[in-house]
Design a protein around this ligand. Structure first.
Ligand code: FA5
Length: 348
């Protein structure tokens, strides 16, 4: 077989092979093999050395034509395979725009945040400022500035997580009162603030106690603030959170930072005051502590008790939420079981 015949046979075999190949990787392999330096065309052309001189140009140009034809055939096949693969891919990835969408689950505020938001909204509407305070607090602000010197027996009312002798996890939001009073410029007007946030106590967790819970502090300091102002404000809170028909009653109590101090009950929202299981047949439910700010607290914050006075209150939104929604275990708020939380996702 002479060189031209060898080239012709190679051409036919290669063309048939190229046409059958439907895989880009294989096509590339064929190209590298056929047209490469170590490929069969190069090999055949090496035999040209043995040909008489006058035949060489003819065989040479035939070889070039074969190479060109194979190159073109490979390119064409590659293009066709790419087209087929592309259209298959498009078919696979087709989007049916008429299909219904997959609903996206949006988060909602936690039930306790809902209660806090409701209280914040009420007080912002009455011209109060909302103030933040540190959760890691100084003993000085948490206790001493609240009229609870070291070794005061009332410190036992709030069992404390101490970090050092002087630093603790705040047991109440009351220290924010002292911090804000200290900074307030009374020549510019009265101080009206609330301060919601987390507090910590070494209480043993049970159905109504958590070692970490929330409080909302309230404080008003001005020239002629009376207990009637306090009562009106507390009534507003009770009616906003528990319903427009709620009434409140004040019972004498003790807090070192208020004098007089009161415990506040709200008329039972379940039975309307007749007596039921929720209010333990009394018609009333205890919801918060409050009182008129103690002169010592004012003095320590640099406010003259001869001129200024006011009221303060501290409520527990966790307990509010339990009462409002009939949740009988405070731990349900903190275990973050979605099935529990979802029940309150739509409520205000
Ligand atoms: C105080 O902490 C006072 N600072 C409140 C106060 C402020 C009174 C200003 C007067 C003037 P008390 O320890 O009672 O008070 O706590 C207030 C509220 O926090 C309680 O009514 C209750 O709702 C909530 N609370 C107390 N301990 C826990 C607990 N372990 N788990 C959940 N809620 C609690």
């Amino acid at each position: 077989m002479n060189l031209q015949e060898k080239l012709q046979r190679l051409e036919q075999q290669a063309l048939a092979e190229i046409k059958q190949t439907d895989n880009l990787e294989k096509i590339n392999k064929i190209r590298v093999h056929l047209l490469g330096k170590k490929g069969p065309i190069t090999e055949i052309l090496r035999g040209m050395r043995d040909l008489p001189k006058e035949q060489r140009p003819q065989v040479g140009s035939f070889a070039n034509a074969v190479r060109d034809e194979l190159t073109a055939a490979i390119a064409k096949q590659k293009e066709q395979v790419e087209l087929i693969l592309n259209s298959k891919k498009l078919e696979r990835e087709a989007i049916d725009v008429t299909l219904p969408g997959v609903p996206v689950k949006a988060g909602t505020p936690h039930i306790i945040m809902q209660v806090i938001d409701q209280i914040e909204k009420l007080f912002l509407g009455m011209g109060y400022q909302v103030v933040d305070g540190p959760e890691v607090e100084e003993d000085h602000y948490n206790f001493e500035m609240m009229n609870l010197p070291k070794d005061h027996p009332a410190r036992d009312m709030q069992d404390t997580f101490y970090i050092t002798d002087q630093i603790l996890m705040r047991t109440q939001t009351s220290p924010v009162q002292a911090r804000t009073m200290e900074k307030h410029d009374f020549s510019q007007g009265p101080l009206k603030m609330i301060s919601p946030g987390k507090v910590y106590r070494r209480d043993t967790d049970d159905a109504t106690h958590s070692h970490q819970f929330h409080q909302v502090e309230g404080l008003v300091i001005d020239k002629h603030v009376t207990m009637a102002d306090l009562k009106g404000t507390l009534e507003k809170i009770a009616q906003t959170v528990f319903g427009a028909k709620r009434q409140i009653r004040l019972r004498p109590s003790y807090f070192p930072f208020t004098e007089p101090s009161v415990e506040v009950d709200v008329s039972c929202f379940k039975c309307g005051g007749k007596g039921c299981q929720v209010c333990k047949q009394t018609g009333w439910i205890e919801v918060l502590g409050a009182g008129m700010v103690h002169p010592n607290v004012l003095k320590m914050a640099g406010v003259d008790p001869q001129i200024f006075g006011g009221f303060a209150f501290g409520l527990g939104p966790d307990r509010f939420a339990m009462l409002k929604y009939g949740v009988d275990d405070i731990r349900d708020f903190y275990l973050n079981d979605v099935r529990v939380l979802e029940q309150f996702s739509q409520k205000e």
